[in-house]
Design a protein around this ligand. Structure first.
Ligand code: S3P
Length: 189
């Protein structure tokens, strides 16, 4: 459960930069670039989950199932809602927006940036390795399209900013995100 007191509007909202978006949209790469530019700690949620579990995301899906993974993901997100923590860059897994409570919490955590890319670009990037269990199917392109269809409205509703990533390098993306984030945090009540 999200602790209401920690999301109370009278409390100064956290000023993290939160990256959301589909698998292969560049969250980890852009997250690392923002971390280097700002010096804020980077929390790559999938990496934290793998470190704690002592196994890969693919192994968690295979041995424990997706539901267990989603529970771990949700608990980690709630843990990140810590008002005493320093500002951070938070890079999320592509499916975190599937849960309504997660979506609320993501927006509460700071400035939410949706990194988007065309289906073909996502397919090219994700086909380079086998670490995305949801794409271990006979027709990954169809799976990407189906998941994107379901998730698009969630990304849209959760994000403060949508960024089309294809054609831009991570330096250019980071510069744009930082400018928008500065404006957002300066004008935030
Ligand atoms: C998932 C995306 C993955 C990882 C898991 C599930 C998803 O993260 O959390 O495989 O449901 O889209 P990335 O978006 O970093 O690949």
């Amino acid at each position: 459960m999200v602790k209401d007191a920690a999301m109370n509007e009278s409390v100064i909202p956290p000023k993290n930069i939160v990256l959301i978006g589909f698998m292969g949209s560049g969250k980890s790469t852009v997250g690392r670039e923002l971390h280097h530019r700002l010096g804020y700690p980077l929390v790559d949620m999938d990496q934290v989950i793998e470190q704690r579990a002592g196994k890969s995301i693919a192994a968690i899906f295979a041995e424990d199932g997706e539901e267990v993974f989603r529970g771990i993901e949700k608990n980690l997100l709630e843990e990140l809602n810590d008002p005493t923590a320093p500002r951070r860059i938070i890079s999320t897994g592509g499916g975190v927006v599937g849960d309504e409570q997660n979506r609320k919490l993501l927006r509460h955590l700071g400035y939410v940036v949706w990194l988007n890319a065309p289906i073909q670009v996502i397919l090219d990037r994700t086909s380079r390795n086998r670490d995305r269990p949801l794409l271990h199917t006979a027709d990954p392109a169809a799976r990407i399209e189906a998941l994107m269809e379901i998730r698009k409205p969630f990304y849209q509703d959760t994000a403060h900013l949508k960024v089309e990533t294809s054609g831009l390098d991570c330096g250019e993306l980071a510069t744009g995100i930082l400018e928008s984030a500065r404006y957002f945090f300066t004008h935030q009540l």
